[in-house]
Design a protein around this ligand. Structure first.
Ligand code: GLC
Length: 409
């Protein structure tokens, strides 16, 4: 597909999934893209950031509106929810099918990978709009301060997540053990989630108590790679200020902890740390490659990730790479997961991250190959939620928002 046709097709998805209006519950105006009109009819945190990045290539004003809407949902303490139910009339039906932790009926009490500052920086770079940068900064500063103060109890620079959806890769097999998952299907996952939610019931609004409960306490590699990347963006957005220097130091601390605590010399991959005891989680998934997005990663580590994992046909190098779980994992499911997602198929957002990292570290050709194969999936099946890594067949939601990230690859 030539670039103009691709842009037109992506525009159809992004503008087709656009929701504009005024929320009944808080009187605020919203203007954002839903991940999918049928399956995901609200605003999701990291989806929205991806939509804004794709929108840079189509409609910069809408890219700003997308992020302004997301940031307008920030609470006074800095927290930004992972789902905001702007159109509350659709909420009850959604909640009858999905489990969402809430202390307020109109939004979730969960985080998602904190890519917001990176998205704001990209939109700012594309538009040069100072007013946008200035109104975003206080929200960003508050948000990243909230994360640091509430999600890094051991102060090693690594954020902890308290339930699997906070990483955005909900049912990844890397969480099976900590979830005590035995029934390997979506229903089993929902039951495991319910167990976690029950144990948080009385402490839901107290982050530290939930972390100390050590029910699901994961210093997650994907989340922290995105955290470090975004802190670097925030530091640049802050310009020449003390706050910028502090933010850059925070980014370096996260990066150093990823290398010193999560890089495993035997596995030659980055491993999550489970629980207050920080036990390395040996299940390698797409998450284990994510620090490749960080500019300061050593060439040696990048080379090992590329040669041992990305380019290996036993692991991630399948006809339509990169699968969310390497083919070598006994739990790898390449086809329709029936809702039990992130256990095999390839996703455009993780390909976008990995290609970005590969280019940064000089692996342009490899990155281009992954981008071309991602495009082939879209040409074959349209903008789907994820794709079979052997056949390229589209799976999951149709007209899925963040697959338009192909415009930025
Ligand atoms: C699924 C994904 C999550 C995404 C959401 C909306 O729950 O796992 O990452 O944000 O759908 O697309």
């Amino acid at each position: 597909m030539e670039r103009p046709a691709l842009e037109l097709a992506a525009r159809d998805i992004l503008l087709g999934n656009l929701r504009r209006g005024t929320a009944e519950w808080n009187g605020q105006e919203y203007s954002f893209v839903v991940p999918s009109l049928t399956g995901y009819p609200f605003q999701w945190f990291w989806d929205s950031c991806f939509h804004a990045i794709a929108l840079i290539h189509i409609d910069c004003n809408q890219a700003k509106a997308e992020l302004d809407t997301l940031m307008s949902a920030a609470l006074p303490n800095g927290f930004i929810p992972h789902i905001i139910f702007w159109e509350s009339e659709k909420r009850d039906y959604f909640l009858s099918k999905n489990l969402v932790a809430r202390v307020n009926p109109n939004f979730s009490s969960t985080i998602q990978p904190p890519i917001l500052a990176y998205a704001v920086e990209r939109v700012y770079q594309a538009t040069g709009d100072e007013a946008f940068r200035e109104r975003s900064l206080p929200v960003l500063v508050n948000y990243y301060r909230w994360l640091k103060e509430n999600r890094d109890p051991d102060k090693d620079g690594l954020l902890s997540i308290i339930q699997p959806e906070e990483s955005g890769i909900d049912c990844s097999p890397k969480y099976d053990e900590i979830l005590k998952l035995t029934d390997l299907c979506n229903q089993g996952f929902i039951e495991a989630l319910n167990r976690i939610y029950s144990s948080y019931e009385l402490i839901r609004s107290d982050e530290l108590s939930m972390l100390n409960a050590d029910v699901f306490h994961v210093e997650d590699v994907l989340v922290n790679s995105i955290y470090a990347l975004s802190l670097q963006s925030l530091a640049r957005l802050l310009g020449d200020t003390d706050e910028s220097l502090n933010t850059l130091n925070d980014a370096s601390k996260t990066m150093e902890s990823l290398v010193n605590k999560c890089w495993d010399v035997d596995t030659e991959a980055f491993l999550d740390l489970n629980g207050l005891q920080e036990i390395p989680n040996r299940t390698v998934t797409i998450s284990s490659l994510m620090p490749i997005i960080l500019p300061d990663l050593s060439p040696y580590i990048v080379k090992r990730l590329v040669e041992k994992w990305i380019m290996s046909e036993d692991h991630f190098w399948l006809p339509y790479p990169l699968p969310s779980v390497p083919a070598s994992n006994s739990k790898f499911i390449p086809g329709d997961p029936h809702g039990f997602i992130w256990r095999g198929p390839s996703w455009i957002n993780t390909n976008w991250f990995i290609t970005k990292g590969l280019k940064l570290h000089g692996y342009q050709e490899l990155a281009d190959d992954i981008s071309a194969k991602s495009l082939a999936c879209i040409q074959q099946s349209g903008f789907r939620e994820y794709y079979n890594p052997y056949t390229g067949e589209g799976l999951g939601a149709k007209n899925f928002g963040w697959s338009t990230l192909i415009l930025d690859m």
